[in-house]
Design a protein around this ligand. Structure first.
Ligand code: DSN
Length: 418
């Protein structure tokens, strides 16, 4: 019997060639974008499975189409596993990805025009945390907090003062380029003072919470936690909305029928698989090692006089000020590192004077390299390669480093591509 890929190879040479090219890129380069990862072979199997054929509008036991005996099993498993992994009362697993997930929370629990207190984009917040260019930024009254310029840390005095003044209906924490831990208790206390709902967008570090390596906002009484499933959690692209029971009905209605039609049952099957994996000792080890690797990489870079925003990291990521460190903007730094097959992303830094497509930094993270089995020694090596490439980006140097990167990668196979 022919495999799915053999059909593709026979019938669509162009797409097949691009797939093979991407496989080779993933195998022979080092992925340091902190929001990317290598998923499990079982997840790839589910994503390419016949669950994609099925329409399942509604929720288990309450669907608008027949033939749901197996999709109901899958979604129930995914929801129950999400509740077990994150220790919460309710889980919605249908959001198509991170943006839809956060939109569903705002639209389900608040009214247009309501005030939401959230981190400014350039200080680490996400586009969906009310950036003015986003639809949510226009629909709700986002009031933005920024980090303290003296140390780059969250400034709780400023947040409390802003909360008392603006009386937000929701206080939001959880970031995409803030490399420090979050004091959930302080956020909860401020939210309680003004009667606001507490929400964490744990998209980046959801896997580290799941693996017990980072604090869980539910342990501090948070109302809602969202997380994408494809970053540190290592699953398919998707989003989880986790919440207290009192918000369950509103959240479910907001996702469907409020925002989306048919859920992607192939992705939900893959999420179920991911959340079983997240309960294993192996996953807990991985989560711990992500933090060790991140700190090792950050320390090794700083030992070479590289300037990191906030002066280090407590989580899986770090942001290099490439202008201060190498006199290069983030786009040029990203392009140089692409040449040695170390993949990073250009990144705005707090109050960046430069535009987003030519910002002042790059962002690095350890999850994908950790998934491949890389440890402290490889992180130190990575710091050497990054610094040498950015300080001395001559063709001969870049070619040599590119060869060394490819050699290292041979010892660390990508799951699903061994
Ligand atoms: N694109 C994700 C990230 O890289 O942080 C967030 O949407």
């Amino acid at each position: 019997m022919k495999s799915n890929l053999e059909y593709l190879q026979e019938n669509d040479a162009a797409v097949y060639a691009a797939l093979k090219g991407e496989e080779n890129r993933q195998k022979s380069g080092i992925e340091l974008i902190p929001s990317e990862n290598y998923t499990y072979p079982e997840v790839l199997a589910m994503l390419g499975s016949i669950f994609t054929n099925k329409y399942s509008e509604g929720y288990p036991g309450r669907r608008y189409y027949g033939g749901q005996e197996f999709t109901d099993q899958i979604e129930t498993l995914a929801r129950d596993r999400a509740k077990a992994v994150f220790g919460c009362e309710h889980a919605n697993v249908q959001a198509l990805s991170g943006s839809a997930m956060n939109q569903a929370v705002y639209l389900g629990l608040l009214k247009p025009g309501d005030t939401i207190l959230a981190m400014d984009l350039s200080h680490g917040g996400h586009l969906t945390h009310g950036a003015p260019v986003s639809h949510m930024g226009q629909l709700f009254n986002f009031v933005r907090y920024v980090t303290d310029p003296s140390d780059g840390a969250i400034d709780f005095d400023q947040i409390r003062a802003t909360a008392l003044k603006t009386k937000p209906k929701m206080v939001l924490c959880g970031y995409t380029s803030y490399p420090r831990d979050i004091d959930y208790q302080k956020f909860k206390d401020i939210a309680d003072e003004v009667g606001a709902i507490t929400m964490t967008d744990a998209s980046h570090f959801g896997g580290l919470v799941a693996g017990g390596a980072m604090n869980n906002p539910f342990d501090y009484g948070f109302d809602v936690v969202t997380t994408t499933t494809h970053k540190s959690l290592r699953g398919p692209r998707g989003g989880l909305i986790l919440c207290k029971k009192e918000f369950a009905r509103k959240i479910d209605k907001s996702v469907f029928p409020g925002l989306q039609g048919g859920p992607h049952m192939n992705a939900i099957a893959a999420i179920a698989v991911t959340l079983l994996k997240a309960q294993t000792d192996e996953f807990r080890e991985y989560a711990k090692q992500v933090l060790v690797n991140s700190k090792t990489l950050a320390d090794a870079l700083m030992a070479k006089q590289v300037s990191l925003i906030t002066g280090g990291t407590d989580n899986h990521m770090m942001v290099i000020d490439t202008v201060a460190s190498f006199d290069l903007d983030g786009r040029v730094a990203e392009e140089i590192l692409d040449k040695v097959a170390i993949t990073t992303n250009k990144q705005i830094i707090p109050d960046d004077p430069k535009p987003p497509l030519r910002p002042s930094g790059i962002r690095l993270g350890s999850p994908a390299a950790t998934t491949r089995g890389m440890k402290e020694a490889e992180m130190v090596q990575m710091a050497d390669w990054i610094v040498e490439s950015l300080r001395n980006p001559e063709q001969g140097v870049l070619d040599r480093i590119n060869t060394e990167v490819a050699e290292l990668c041979l010892s660390f196979p990508v799951p699903g591509l061994e």
